[in-house]
Write a protein that binds this ligand. Sequence first.
Ligand SMILES: [Fe+2]
Length: 204
Amino acid sequence: MRTEPILVSRRNMLFAAAAVPAAGLLSSCNTAGAARRRPEHDGTTPHQTEGPFYRLFSTARDTLREPGLQGTELDVTGRVLDKRGRPLANTLLDFWHCDAAGVYDVRGYKLRGHQFTDAEGRFKLATIEPGVYPGRTRHIHVKVQPAGDDTPSTPRQLNLTTQLYFPGDPGNAKDGLFDDALLMAIDRDGARLQARFDFVLDLG
Ligand SMILES: [Fe+2]
């Protein structure tokens, strides 16, 4: 059974993993003019840089919508799977993104929250469509950390830090970090946007 101390341990692992390439993170939310990178993928979800606005100890919640928050409602659903397609239950997903005006909350936890997958590896995030941060295309940040990744001996690369993108966004073609392997599938026909993305982790 997972308790708060384990959660803190896993989140400290996230911090440790993120802290190593700090020099490379500082500019990752503004990549105008950067070379487009198109790494070959093996079917696993590509890693991307964390950016400068991650905050430890986000609230445990699957809805980031709150009274007074402006923006188009967006639900993101999906699963976390291993390379064989097996669901990864109790996987930590820590989401954060800017508001509809392109501003990150760096003092509080607006539009930040973490949750855990269910027994079938499913998650559901209720949020708003992020705006456009200067120099970037529209994106959502996320850290994914599988259960069992709680020991210091666990290889750091088992944790995934990445970003999700929006199909058809005009900024995609100009963004140096954009990777079409990280495009969500989005249905814009309903009352709110419905997005879907499945994470595939390389657990060795
Ligand atoms: Fe960002």
